[in-house]
Design a protein around this ligand. Structure first.
Ligand code: NAD
Length: 264
């Protein structure tokens, strides 16, 4: 343990199980001395999240569905009562109806567009605002995004549009909260086999394609993403805000498949 997060407390939102990106980040933060609180969405996820939270010594595990603003408020009220202040926040929440994560973006319905935007994008603004109120000395906030925001990825559809708005939110929030020494950044992770990831049609095909074509000839692991989470949430990145930091084994720099892939 480096002690990089010693004395720092924060909230992790978005652990569904031990494959979750949020869990990869939480584990790394805990290994470096952070004190953690977690939220979970609904009792079924709560049953899976509880032993994970306990394994890193977390005392607070709170229900929260970001579609229900009262449950969001209750989380931050509890943090205020229990801790008074926090140093960091991890937002790793995304959702879209999987029947629309296939085929054409053009066929997205109004209802699912709105729901996807509220859960996957606007919830970040809502929790950032509440977290910032608990950061009188400054702090660091991250969210999770995907390269389907800037380039078209098959089947990612409305999630790509939501991630584009999320990334823009990161920049606006970085300016809003910069004067309070609160930094706001995003990790743009490469494909990871998670519940949310498997909701996108042909996820396995995309995973294997990126694995073959990324400069590092692999995809990013939970440990890779956890390490970047540690960097962005610790003082190591004190001069960094408003950034979209890719952790994708380099895939985003490619303009075409690797030559060895084309020759297969
Ligand atoms: P996951 O399924 O483990 O996590 C998604 C989380 O979102 C779950 O904990 C779920 O409970 C939560 N969530 C969904 N709707 C919610 C709501 N209404 N209220 C509260 N929580 C809600 O999958 P993951 O891949 O770890 O996803 C975490 C984040 O990482 C998401 O934003 C996702 O878009 C992003 N991401 C994933 C990948 C990937 O390939 N898996 C790549 C880049 C970015």
């Amino acid at each position: 343990m480096s002690g990089l997060m010693k004395g720092k407390r924060g909230l992790v939102m978005g652990v569904a199980n031990d494959h979750s990106i949020a869990w990869g980040i939480a584990k790394t933060l805990s290994e470096h001395g952070a004190e953690l609180a977690f939220t979970y969405q609904g009792e079924a996820f709560g049953r899976r999240t509880r032993p994970l939270a306990e394994s890193v010594g977390a005392k607070m595990l709170l229900p929260c569905d970001v579609e229900d603003i009262d449950s969001v408020d209750a989380v931050f009220e509890t943090l205020k009562q229990e801790w008074g202040s926090i140093d960091f926040l991890v937002h790793a929440i995304g959702f879209s109806d999987k029947t629309e994560l296939r085929g054409r973006y053009a066929d997205t319905t109004r209802a699912n567009f709105s729901r996807t935007m509220v859960i996957s994008c606007f919830s970040f603004t809502e929790v950032t605002k509440r977290a910032a109120e608990l950061m009188p000395e400054g702090g660091s906030i991250i969210t999770l995004t995907y390269g389907g925001s800037t380039k078209v990825m098959p089947n990612y559809n409305v999630m790509g549009v939501a991630k584009a708005a999320l990334e823009s939110s990161v920049r606006y929030l970085a300016v809003d909260y910069g004067p309070k020494n609160i930094r706001v950044n995003a990790i743009s992770a490469g494909p990871v086999r998670t519940l949310a990831g498997s909701g996108v049609s042909d996820a396995r095909l995309m995973f294997n394609y990126q694995k073959r074509n990324a400069p590092l000839c692999r995809t990013a692991s939970l440990e890779d993403i956890g390490g970047t989470g540690l960097y962005l949430l610790s003082n190591l990145s004190n001069g960094v805000t408003g950034e979209i930091h890719y952790v994708d084994a380099g895939y985003n720099i490619m303009s075409m498949p690797r030559l060895d892939e084309l020759k297969v």
